[in-house]
Design a binder for this molecule. Structure first.
Ligand code: NAI
Ligand code: A1CAB
Length: 268
């Protein structure tokens, strides 16, 4: 059965999902988007040939409604669609820190609610989604959301209580990797490389290391040990990282991300 999909909010993540869903072979005629900024809406219409309409109209015809606005805009979008979303439809919120009960209580009974945390590598089909079903969501509805999001990468089902942790690991995670890349490029330049060379060496090293981690079956620790010769260059680098608290800083940063996600959710 063809699913009609509405994407409400077409910024960075909204367009990422749109591209992923289209490249999985979903016909553009079954997708509609809404976007507050007119010029952004026109850009997406031109680039993807997708229909653009208002939130309420988009939700009215949809089997699956993806809410992809900033957390502070979710309330306004829910208020707009509450009167038009169909009972039996599934509403998937991708907004950080917005709880399932907040969404469900703004919508009519009989609307299935799923909370999802995506990440931007979905743009190249290598995203990671953590999804949590709300009360009453059937296995079939959850599987349909999983299949839809798999167009952008991998999907794991987690209890909603784990969403702050998922946000801290994979939602924000790509930014940590880009931060590392920025530092490695700067470090290469500081050691005398030109920027293009530093960038190429860094990028391919990250791609290669990520592939090795994903495909070898070895742990990150084991793979790191194999690079680290006794008293060699890697040992010198890692010892400096440990002395400077790099690992502890990353762990503390992730705790801050999880705490911010919990804060966005408001009191339980
Ligand atoms: N960018 C990322 O890496 C990730 C983002 N998210 C979540 O995805 C959501 C969207 O984030 P981004 O795409 O980065 O933000 P963004 O600011 O790029 O996109 C949000 C879009 O929603 C539009 N919008 C705002 N109010 C609207 C309304 N009432 N009706 C229709 N459109 C409206 C804005 O004009 C904007 O284009 C957020 O809730 C964020 O927590 C989650 C994980 C990763
Ligand atoms: O920074 C944020 O709040 C969003 C959620 C996870 C990644 N980006």
């Amino acid at each position: 059965m063809t699913q009609r999909i509405a994407i409400l909010g077409a910024g960075v993540m909204g367009e990422t999902l749109l591209s992923a869903i289209l490249s999985s072979g979903h016909p553009v005629s079954d997708i509609v988007i809404s976007e507050k900024r007119d010029e952004r809406a026109a850009e997406l219409r031109d680039r993807h040939g997708v229909e653009v309409t208002g939130n309420a109209e988009a939700a009215a015809g949809a089997d699956v409604v993806l809410i992809v606005v900033k957390p502070q805009d979710v309330g306004a979008v829910l208020a707009e669609i509450a009167g038009s979303v169909r009972p039996g439809a599934t509403v998937v919120s991708l907004a950080a820190g917005i709880r399932i009960d907040t969404i469900a209580s703004a919508l009519p009974d009989g609307v299935a609610v799923v909370r999802a945390m995506p990440n931007t590598p979905a743009l190249v089909g290598e995203g990671m989604f953590g999804i949590s079903p709300g009360p009453g969501v059937t296995d079939e509805q959850l599987a349909a959301v999983g299949t839809l999001l798999e167009s952008g990468g991998r999907v794991v089902v987690v209890d909603e209580s784990r969403q702050d942790a998922v946000t801290a690991v994979s939602g924000s995670g790509p930014a940590y990797v880009f931060y590392l890349a920025e530092a490695m490029i700067a470090g290469g330049i500081a050691q005398g490389l030109d920027e293009d060379t530093a960038r190429e060496l860094t990028t391919q090293t990250l791609v290669g290391a990520a592939k090795l981690l994903a495909e070898s079956g070895d742990t990150a620790e084991e793979l790191r040990r194999r690079v680290t010769s006794p008293n060699g260059t890697t040992h010198a680098a890692i010892t400096t990282f440990d002395t400077d608290g790099v690992r502890d800083g990353l762990v503390a940063g992730m705790a801050a991300a999880a705490a911010r996600s919990a804060e966005l959710s408001g009191p339980a």
